[in-house]
Each structure stands twice: as structure tokens, then as C-alpha cells.
Design a protein around this ligand. Structure first.
Ligand code: ARG
Length: 455
């Protein structure tokens, strides 16, 4: 008979068992379910709600069940519906009536809310580590490329020269925000819901604070209805994960472009690229493409979760069981993408020559020619117009501004002097942009040094 089967006169249809049960995906929370139950049992004993001996036997047996699960000795069954009832059923099969006392003052509604928080908190620690690895990888690539001049783009048109270090450090900023979002999320989610019961709390004198501190929570939930129906923390984590994927996806797009023959800014390591079954010459950036592609399913999880809760009346509804596959898949996806992406980044070769060549074309120093005139007294709009004419002239002659003779310069403005050539060299263009946040070598170096202290 089912643990809740008392009021039923026939067993559930097989199709309903299959449909209703969540064990095939929530079994991964077994360790958290057991940890939560041990804390609950300990508290029940401490409060005299069950006897000390019963409490100790439950805690001990749950520990043995955990070990058996880890040793692969336990088989879960859909008859027991979900991980919570599977473990309780196993407990009862081992210690009989004593095991039946565990669920005193508890509902699966607050139990699942607890388990989900514990599970996601554990997972977030791994995510933290992976994001930190990504940040370290980015710092070391940036450090090696402080002098690597490349074109910076807007509208994917060459705009102004920058360094590869500066470009890479833009991603560092994005992934550090992801890391800090995760830290913020942890603060808000680290609240203990047990004691909310089914929705209206319980009459037993539970010590909720004790359970919270046993399980490493900062505080306890303040409303029993919200305690069981809140899934904000799941949605919020799905957003944090989506943002990570959005960043990986933008990065992927650049990796794909840069490794194309047309750009040739980077060479992916053979170990991180793949071939074609028909075209012998091909070396494809599959890792980046898959990371870009997988962003879709993580965004999908976020949408799925928001849609799942948006019409739910308070408090618990079975719809909420649907939160797990979504958030687990999003977590698994991000955890699969981050390490392989790091590996791809740390092994790729930077084609400094190609980046420099790229920066030389496309009039990336045109703004600096205008700024040169401005610094010698011409209003910026007039300088802009002068340089616009120079660009048109160069395009016509198939040349670049740096290659013009002094006579040619003078035809556009007699302000030009010999110092123009150094004023618009790519090195000057980059290194004069030394405001905080700018691409100048010394500026970027200072930023890297500051961030390195965090690791
Ligand atoms: N497996 C359920 C879930 O994931 C556990 C809570 C079930 N509660 C209930 N009253 N049916 O949401």
C-alpha cells in the first residue's frame, strides 16, 4: 500500500503511477533528502516529540541507507512515487514502526522545498568553482596579450584599435557578475522552510531554528504558505544560469568568427575542434557552436519555470514537481559547458600577426586623426568632416591614412605636422586611451593585477 493509501479503496492505475511519479528525476536529491530527514529526526528527539532512542535509530539507519545508495545497493521504485517516499519506505522496511515516526510534523510539501534548496545550494558551490576557473583562465590569457593589438568592432565593422587583453577582460567582467549573482542568489535562497507543514505549519513544538542551523541555513521562512509555494529561488537560479549561457554564447560567436579563415585571429587546438566526415580540410569549432546552441535549452528552462508558477493558486500544487527537470537540465547544461569552454580557451593559439593586420585596415585610427586636429584647436565636428574626406580619398586611392605623405595631409588641413605619424600609430591609439576602464596596456595591467588578488 502507498504511504498515503489509507483513504483509497483501489490502487492507482499503472498509467497514473508512471505519470505522477518523479523518482526517475528527483532521485538525484537522495543525499539532501536524507540530510534533511536526519536533522528533522534529531530535532524531534531533542524536543521530546519522539523518544531519544527512536530519533537516534532513525538518524543512524538513514546514514546506512545513504551509504547503501552510494554503494549502488538500493533500487528505487515508482510505486513509492518520489525520492521522499522512497527513502521513507526503505527506512520503514528496515526499522518498522520507529521509521513511521519520522514524518511527524512534516509534509512532503515542506520536505521538497527543503530538499530543493539543499540540492541547489550544493550544486551552486560547484558552479562557483567552475566560474572561478573561467575567471582564472581569462586572466592568464589577458596577461599574455597586453600588447596584442586587434581591431575593436561596433556593428561588426572595424571601429578602433584595442588589445586582445582588453577584449578578453570584457568577458572577465561578465563572468564575475555571474559569480556575484550566484552569491546574491545564495543569500536570498538560504532560508529553511521545514515547519511550514503542508501549508499551515504544525501543532508540534518543532525547533525550526535548530533544524536551520543543523543544515547551514541563515534563517527560517516567515510564512508557512510561502514556505511551501515559493519557487522564486528556482526561477532566479535559472536566470543566473541563463545569463551565464548568454555570455558563453556571445563568446562562442566570437570564437567561431575568429577561427574562420576570413578572420584567422585564433587557431583552436586540435583537441578542442572536430573534423568533417566528407571535407578533409575542415576543422570546426564545434565546442563553441554547441555552447551557443545549448543556451536555448537553458533559456527554455527559465521560461518553463516562470510559466509553470505564473497561474498557480497558493499553496502547493503538483505542477511544482515540474520545476525539477527544468532546473536540473539547466544546471547540467551549464556545468557541462563551462569546463570544456575553459579547456578550449586555454589551449587556443592567438594569431597576434593577424590581429595586428586586422587593426591596420578599416581606418581604425580615424578617430585619432580627428582628435589630433582637435588637440591643435579645430572644433571636433570640423575635424570629423576633414577626416571623413581623408577616408574617402584613401578609399579611392586604395591606401590608409598612415601612408599619406605630408603634402597629402596638408591638402586636407595645414594643421597637420610631422608628429601626426606617431600620433596615429596603433600603439599610440591604444596606449593614449588610458582613462580608467580604457584599453591602454598600463591600465589593463592594473586591472588584471587588482583582480588577481582575488584568486
Ligand atoms: N514529488 C513532489 C514534488 O516534487 C513532492 C511533493 C509532493 N507533495 C504532494 N502533496 N503531492 O513536488
Amino acid at each position: 500500500m502507498k504511504l498515503w493509501g489509507g483513504r483509497f479503496s483501489k490502487s492507482t492505475d499503472k498509467s497514473v503511477d508512471d505519470f505522477n511519479s518523479s523518482i526517475r528525476f528527483d532521485s538525484r536529491m537522495y543525499a539532501q533528502d536524507i540530510r534533511g530527514s536526519q536533522a528533522h529526526a534529531k530535532m524531534l528527539g531533542k524536543q521530546g516529540i519522539i523518544s531519544k532512542e527512536d530519533s537516534e535509530l532513525i538518524v543512524k539507519t538513514l546514514g546506512e541507507i545513504l551509504q547503501d545508495i552510494e554503494d549502488g545497493k538500493v533500487e528505487f521504485t515508482i510505486d513509492a512515487e518520489d525520492i521522499h517516499m522512497n527513502i521513507e519506505t526503505i527506512l520503514i522496511s528496515r526499522i518498522g514502526d520507529v521509521g513511521k515516526r519520522l514524518h511527524t510534523g512534516r509534509s512532503r510539501n515542506d520536505q521538497v522545498a527543503l530538499d530543493a534548496r539543499l540540492y541547489l545550494r550544493d550544486e551552486s558551490a560547484e558552479l562557483d568553482k567552475m566560474l572561478k576557473d573561467m575567471l582564472k583562465t581569462l586572466l592568464s590569457i589577458a596577461e599574455e596579450n597586453l600588447d596584442t593589438i586587434m581591431p575593436g568592432y561596433t556593428h561588426l565593422q572595424k571601429a578602433q584599435p584595442i588589445t586582445f587583453a582588453h577584449h578578453i577582460m570584457a568577458y572577465f567582467e561578465m563572468f564575475s557578475r555571474d559569480l556575484s549573482r550566484l552569491t546574491d542568489w545564495r543569500k536570498r535562497m538560504n532560508v529553511m522552510p521545514l515547519g511550514s507543514g503542508a501549508l499551515a505549519g504544525t501543532t508540534y513544538p518543532l525547533d525550526r531554528e535548530f533544524v536551520a542551523s543543523e543544515l547551514g541555513f541563515d534563517s527560517i521562512t516567515q510564512n508557512s504558505i510561502d514556505g511551501v509555494s515559493d519557487r522564486d529561488f528556482v526561477c532566479e537560479l535559472a536566470f543566473v544560469l541563463s545569463m551565464i549561457m548568454a555570455h558563453l554564447s556571445r563568446f562562442s560567436e566570437e570564437i567561431i568568427l575568429w577561427s574562420s579563415h576570413e578572420f584567422s585571429f585564433i587557431d583552436l587546438d586540435d583537441a578542442y575542434s572536430t573534423g568533417s566526415s566528407i571535407m578533409p580540410q575542415k576543422k570546426n569549432p564545434d565546442v563553441a557552436e554547441l555552447a551557443r546552441g545549448k543556451s536555448g535549452r537553458v533559456f527554455g528552462s527559465l521560461m518553463g519555470l516562470l510559466t509553470m508558477i505564473k497561474g498557480l493558486p497558493l499553496a502547493y500544487n503538483k505542477d511544482m514537481q515540474e520545476d525539477k527537470e527544468q532546473i536540473f537540465d539547466a544546471l547540467d547544461t551549464v556545468k557541462m559547458c563551462l569546463p570544456v569552454f575553459c579547456g578550449m580557451l586555454s589551449t587556443l593559439k592567438v594569431r597576434k600577426d593577424k590581429m595586428l593586420e586586422g587593426a591596420k585596415g578599416g581606418f581604425t585610427n580615424a578617430t585619432d586623426v580627428a582628435d589630433y586636429l582637435v588637440k591643435k584647436g579645430l572644433p571636433f565636428r570640423d575635424a570629423h568632416a576633414v577626416v571623413g574626406k581623408m577616408v574617402a580619398y584613401c578609399l579611392d586611392k586604395n591606401t590608409v591614412i598612415d601612408a599619406l605623405t605630408m603634402d597629402e595631409f596638408k591638402e586636407f588641413s595645414d594643421i597637420f605636422d610631422d608628429d601626426i605619424y606617431t600620433a596615429i600609430s596603433l600603439e599610440t591609439c591604444v596606449n593614449q586611451r588610458n582613462l580608467p576602464g580604457g584599453p591602454a596596456k598600463e591600465t589593463v595591467k592594473t586591472v588584471i593585477e587588482r583582480y588577481k588578488k582575488n584568486f
